[in-house]
Write a protein that binds this ligand. Sequence first.
Ligand code: ATP
Ligand code: MG
Length: 560
Amino acid sequence: MTESADHKDFVRQIVEEDNASGKWNGVVHTRFPPEPNGYLHIGHAKSICLNFGIAKEYGGKCNLRFDDTNPEKEEVEYVESIKTDIKWLGFDWEDRLFFASDYFEQLYQWAEQLIKNDKAYVCSQTLEAIREGRGTPAVPGTDSPFRNRSVDENLDLFRRMRAGEFEEGEHVLRAKIDMAHKVMLLRDPIMYRIRKVEHHRTGNAWCIYPTYDYTHGQSDSLEGITHSICTLEFENRRPLYDWFCDALEIHHPQQIEFNRLNLTYTMMSKRRLLQLVNDGHVNGWDDPRMPTISGLRRRGYTPESVRSLCAQVGVTKHNATTDMVVLENQIREELNRTADRRMAVLDPVKVVITNYPEGQIENLDAVNNPEDESAGSRQVPFGREIYIERDDFMEDPPKKFFRLGPGREVRLRWAYFIKCTDFVKDDAGNISEIHCTYDPETKGGNAPDGRKVKATMHWVSADKAINAEVRLYDHLFLTEDPDEVEDESLDWKSNLNPDSLRTVSARLEPSLATATEGYRCQFERQGYFVVDKDSTDQNLVFNRTVTLKDSWTKRPDGKK
Ligand code: ATP
Ligand code: MG
């Protein structure tokens, strides 16, 4: 389903057909319409790539419009974060930043027009009575007792609603369509509610607020949108979108619905992500475990990797869930090409090389990126005492364990062959020190006599290594589908993974001392890492972006 010259998704096909038929005179104008009630997630990225991408590909324009009709849940912080995230993804709305709230006056005037044309009325039923009166898909609704109010009475009441003369819930404005319509949403939908709350942009100018349905199509229309692209759950609202544009006799964009992006082991609902933040299950919207764009950025994802994911999943008419691995592979593949290799020991145990001169340090050449010759090399200090990973040593190794054990020889990456001669245990029975000898003839990692070893291990100099806090992440949820619960007393929160964050004190090669926020590299055999914003001069903090697919990186000679 990847994009290619000979296969266009159905949305692009529609755009091309419209361009060919001259339906919009060759104009392509889309918009991305977020509600500023949370941070953007990777599902939104799909919509952003589609809307901004189509505009770019067909010489059109894409607007950013905040769909800010709900005064209660919306905040300036969200507006700013959304702008930052869209820019980071590589898209630009230029001078076309809009807010649905800018259209409140126009929408109000149009509402009066509909009242005058007997296409809207003030209904004074309770919300519950309105709901009951709507009927069911099988049973037609019943007319509101206020449905036949005169135009004058409706105008008077609506103006007094605006003037603040009534309390919340006393009246609503409804479109006068058909209480028996087979499309339930067309059974006299609500256009305005009284809400005595302050709005983040219009302040206290309004105490009546338009509904999404009464706002969205008209906002598109005012901006001259041609293709109003949204997700499949809006398909059933399309008749209403069309009805308002037709009733007002205004420019009428075409609404087109596509499938949402869903990923395994996480979820895309802003309402629930907000709950995770508010209840402290994560450390904010940009927690690296979150599927938010800011979380992915902090986790070490690049804009390219997020865009590639969106291109790879494509656009269809069928909802599906994409395996998280598909996203992870995007960043693995990119960082394999671009990231420097470094050595870091996440769970250190000391090795003393007993035949290496005390106090001596030598610098060894280490290739930065075997996939990219131009990345050059660096020097890593080697000495008598080094650290290796605790699990790279076994006192009594089974047959299939090829790494270090008593009497065994292994290669230290970029350094020497070492052979284990002895080990020391502490009082608790844990290995506290491993003793080895090294073979000076094997400098650089190859034996002149051609003898082979079965493992190559990373290491750092005990004297020269620097400390870092390293945060290792696992899935946010234990189940592929967070909604999958064993019995009804449980909800999605019971599937939260209690071990989704593990923090370790690691030892890193000293070249990493100058790494600053956003620096990405591969820690050999451990995955790809990025310096976190929590880093300070005193405390270097790395996040693991993703593990390596294989347990070992490719060697320059192509051998495992
Ligand atoms: P959520 O359900 O997460 O709260 P939303 O649809 O309410 O999302 P909006 O701010 O209204 O969030 O979304 C802005 C645009 O992004 C809409 O056009 C919406 O269709 C699209 N969008 C939202 N979620 C996804 C998703 N998972 N995949 C693709 N597009 C999405
Ligand atoms: Mg929404």
